[in-house]
Design a protein around this ligand. Structure first.
Ligand SMILES: [Zn+2]
Ligand SMILES: [Zn+2]
Length: 160
């Protein structure tokens, strides 16, 4: 049984049903951050044509914390959270180059711990903590981020 199957088996035990379409959504989100439009156009290729059902299934996955939603570049993106325990929207920072919407993840639990341990939150239980860093690469003026190879964020993503 591979990792993914183990996770599904675990969810079944909790009566969380991973239907074919829910599985398809999980598949298309693998390694990507997608908007609802992106998810829907990928699902259409697989023969799922009902946008309402896609919305409902995304809601179901959100509710069961299998997927997280993150606002990046002004748009809601969906992100898988089930790959590994450390991979949740609360453990990695999303960094995006605004020129071409490239999104990468940086894992740095220390930053999150620093926030959680901060004096301000002494009497407060944090239930959600997301970090999104938006910006442009230094050479932005030269427009080079429009070519993916020249984008610092894109290159950083590929190096990981
Ligand atoms: Zn992510
Ligand atoms: Zn860039």
């Amino acid at each position: 049984m591979d990792e993914r199957e183990k996770i599904f088996a675990e969810l079944r035990k909790q009566n969380i049903r991973i239907t074919k379409q829910r599985k398809a959504i999980i598949d298309v989100l693998e390694g990507k951050h997608l908007t609802i439009q992106d998810v829907y156009s990928e699902l259409r290729k697989r023969g799922y044509n009902n946008l309402g059902t896609v919305y409902n299934n995304i809601d179901f996955l959100l509710e069961h914390k299998i997927v997280a939603q993150i606002f990046i570049n002004g748009k809601k993106h969906y992100d898988l959270t089930i790959d590994e325990k450390s991979h949740s929207a609360d453990s990695h920072i999303h960094v995006t180059c605004k020129v071409n919407n490239n999104i990468i993840e940086i894992n740095d639990s220390k930053i999150f711990e620093d926030i959680k341990q901060n004096e301000i939150f002494k009497n407060f239980r944090i239930t959600k903590l997301q970090l999104v860093v938006e910006g442009v690469c230094d050479h932005f003026e030269k427009d080079s981020c429009k070519k993916d190879e020249a984008c610092f964020i894109k290159a950083l993503g590929q190096a990981r």
